[in-house]
Ligand binder design. Structure first.
Ligand SMILES: Nc1ncnc2c1ncn2[C@@H]1O[C@H](COP(=O)(O)OP(=O)(O)O)[C@@H](O)[C@H]1O
Ligand SMILES: [Mg+2]
Length: 231
């Protein structure tokens, strides 16, 4: 089953008289359970593409379907609910609330779901176990190390049990030991059947312990890997 389908997608940015063509005629299909590495130098359009998949930005033209939903057709409030249920995001800057405990950071995005306390706690605990950070649950986020902060961000992304995990330069602020730990967590998510998209130019992803598809981006176009099986 195709979980993400992108056809003829363009994104222009207008600033003053300048019109910048950041994504050009992008075609990309991702199968459920696949891991896709979006690789390309800085400025090639990786973050712009991930933002569009997350429904945080919209294409100027073309089509994007996520889990069969045409994102462009969803009104904003439905879009944020859709994102909350189906998409987990892990970004380079972890965006944690530093004065809250690790546990509360993970719980915050679940609040709109209006769960009963035991169910909320179970979801938070499960996500923290999966991200190997359960032992720091009560510590305030501001006191955690960089690697630990990222694991809290991973747990937060997993809490609602989304099908799709988007990672933007996830290892950029990690030392190599923590970057390798991140690859192990990805392997676990992959084994759980999650669909994973990672934008990165970190060569450490060549050490990924499972098969992933590399999609090469250059100047806003995909130059290789746009279809499953086309490695
Ligand atoms: N909001 C914006 N307004 C104008 N230009 C932008 C905007 N967002 C991104 N760009 C431009 O689009 C190009 C691709 O950016 P980005 O997707 O961030 O690339 P990458 O993540 O691969 O480094 C860059 O040249 C960037 O300057
Ligand atoms: Mg980027």
């Amino acid at each position: 089953m195709k979980i993400i389908e992108i056809h003829g997608l363009n994104r222009h940015f207008q600033s003053g008289d300048e019109r910048f063509h950041a994504l050009k005629e992008i075609d990309l299909e991702v199968e459920k359970g696949e891991c896709v590495i979006l690789r390309g130098v800085s400025g090639s359009g990786k973050t712009t593409l991930l933002s569009i998949v997350a429904g945080l930005d919209h294409p100027s033209s073309g089509e994007i379907l996520v889990e069969g939903e045409r994102l462009a057709k969803l009104p904003d409030r439905h879009l944020s609910r859709f994102r909350g249920r189906h998409i987990g995001m892990i970004f380079q800057h972890y965006n944690l609330m530093e004065h809250l405990s690790a546990r509360d950071n993970v719980a915050v995005p679940l609040i709109p779901q209006g769960l009963k306390m035991p169910e909320l706690k179970e979801k938070v605990d499960r996500a923290m176990e999966a991200a190997n950070i359960a032992h720091k649950a009560e510590m305030s986020a501001g006191r955690l190390s960089g690697g630990e902060k990222q694991r809290v961000a991973i747990a937060r992304a997993l809490a609602a049990d989304p099908e799709i995990i988007l990672c933007d330069e996830p290892t950029a602020n990690l030392d190599r030991a923590n970057a390798r730990r991140f690859l192990e967590i990805l392997a676990k998510l992959h084994a759980m059947g999650k669909t994973i998209l990672i934008a990165t130019h970190d060569p450490i992803f060549e050490e990924l312990p499972f098969e992933a598809r590399v999609v090469e981006m250059e100047n806003g176009t995909i130059v290789a890997g746009s279809k499953s099986g086309s490695r």
